[in-house]
Design a binder for this molecule. Structure first.
Ligand code: CP3
Length: 345
């Protein structure tokens, strides 16, 4: 729809400009709900697929081809840089990341060595190939934020209450901060390698930060997210920062150094804009379960979100969290067309 990458609607909105249409992409657009993805992944383990250049390129392109979204998100996972430095972990289908030796002691931190370019050449090769193939469509690189990565490393796997994570945070702040400081360095290195290979924006996913109070977030977590975002500031690409259930943290997450604050569906977008404050764009925030509702309702809600987004200095349309696996791809295709064609009054 636009001639150059720099003038793409997505990058314009991230910079706080007003593009000719509202840009849209979907978290978890690559994978899960697409039949062409499931076919390609048959018999290939998730983590193996993340290290196969051709597979990463093809899966990243699939939603771009099918939906005409305004940005591609690189197909990978937040635990990939940890796997690349040798941490013993796997992604278990239907469960998520599982860690062999959950973190309990300082001695275990030795495994978190720096991430070197050589560790991820198959991945950066995929980024380079994608940038060529995508042309004027931007590629978003990403990493897991320190808290969300730490939650898997300490729990050993997914958790609802993050009990062990918080126990460590409250009872051994030295080990906690040392762990988060180490993984912030690795997350920053992973982002830098993706941008140097050609990604034109980054998203730092702190998916589970919404489980923290604002006070705990600011004391135990934000300094480390801030370190990650600051470590890529010199690259000059927009930095998006997102978490689920982060209504109370939105301002603080913006202040951690984001250019764009991702918002889940719990807070109306104009209220989120107010909480984030001036000088930042926002991204969001259609409830992913709404895609199972009648089309008229989906589009009415999307229109409301776009109108609310006009109060922001830049709005990127997205879901409030990832596409659910059972989502009908056609409902996403219709939503993209609707967002692109919608003119608010
Ligand atoms: O489309 C995209 O967004 C790009 C690819 C992507 C994946 N994971 C691929 C994936 C991205 C950006 C992620 C990030 C990620 N991974 C996050 C942060 C974003 C979020 O969704 O909150 C988190 C918390 C993870 C950890 C993780 N990995 C979970 C919770 C799961 C789901 C487990 C399941 O099967 O229910 C994974 C696995 C995973 N990551 C899949 C994909 C496509 C599914 C694996 C498969 O298809 O076999």
């Amino acid at each position: 729809m636009t001639a150059t990458l720099t003038d793409s609607a997505f990058l314009q909105a991230c910079r706080g400009e007003q593009p000719s249409h509202t840009p849209v992409w979907f978290m978890r657009q690559a994978g899960r709900s697409l039949p062409e993805y499931l076919k390609l992944r048959e018999g290939v383990a998730m983590l193996d697929s993340c290290f196969q250049t051709d597979m990463v390129v093809e899966i990243t392109m699939q939603p771009v081809r099918r939906y005409g979204v305004d940005a591609a998100i690189f197909f990978s996972d937040i635990v990939v840089p940890l796997k690349a430095i040798g941490v013993d972990l796997d992604i278990v289908p239907g469960t998520g990341p599982v860690i062999a030796d959950p973190i309990r002691s300082h001695a275990q931190l030795d495994q978190f060595r720096d991430l070197e370019a050589d560790d991820v050449t198959t991945i950066t090769d995929a980024v380079k190939a994608l940038v060529g193939e995508l042309g004027s469509t931007p590629l978003i690189g990403f990493a897991g934020a320190p808290f969300t990565l730490a939650s898997y490393l300490v729990e050993g796997g997914p958790s609802k209450d993050h009990r062990k994570t918080k126990k460590l945070m409250y009872s051994d702040p030295d080990l906690w901060h040392a762990l988060l400081a180490r993984i912030s360095v690795i997350a920053g290195q992973f982002l830098r390698l993706q941008v140097e290979a050609g990604a034109s924006a980054i998203q730092l996913f702190d998916s589970w930060a919404g489980n923290l109070s604002l006070a705990d977030y600011e004391q135990y977590v934000r300094p480390h997210s801030e370190a990650v975002l600051a470590s890529v500031a010199d690259l000059g690409v927009p930095r998006i920062h997102f978490g689920v259930g982060t209504g109370e943290l939105l301002h603080s997450m913006g202040q951690a150094g984001a250019d764009v604050v991702g918002v889940d569906w719990r807070v109306p977008l104009d209220e989120a804009v107010r909480r984030v404050g001036p000088g930042k764009a926002v991204q969001g925030n259609l409830d992913p379960t709404l895609l199972f509702a009648p089309t008229e309702l989906v589009h009415a809600k999307a229109a409301e979100i776009i109108d609310a987004g006009r109060t922001a200095e830049g709005h990127v349309f997205n879901l409030g969290h990832g596409v659910l696996p059972a989502t009908d791809p056609d409902s996403l295709a219709r939503l993209v067309d609707f967002v692109h064609g919608y003119e608010s009054n």
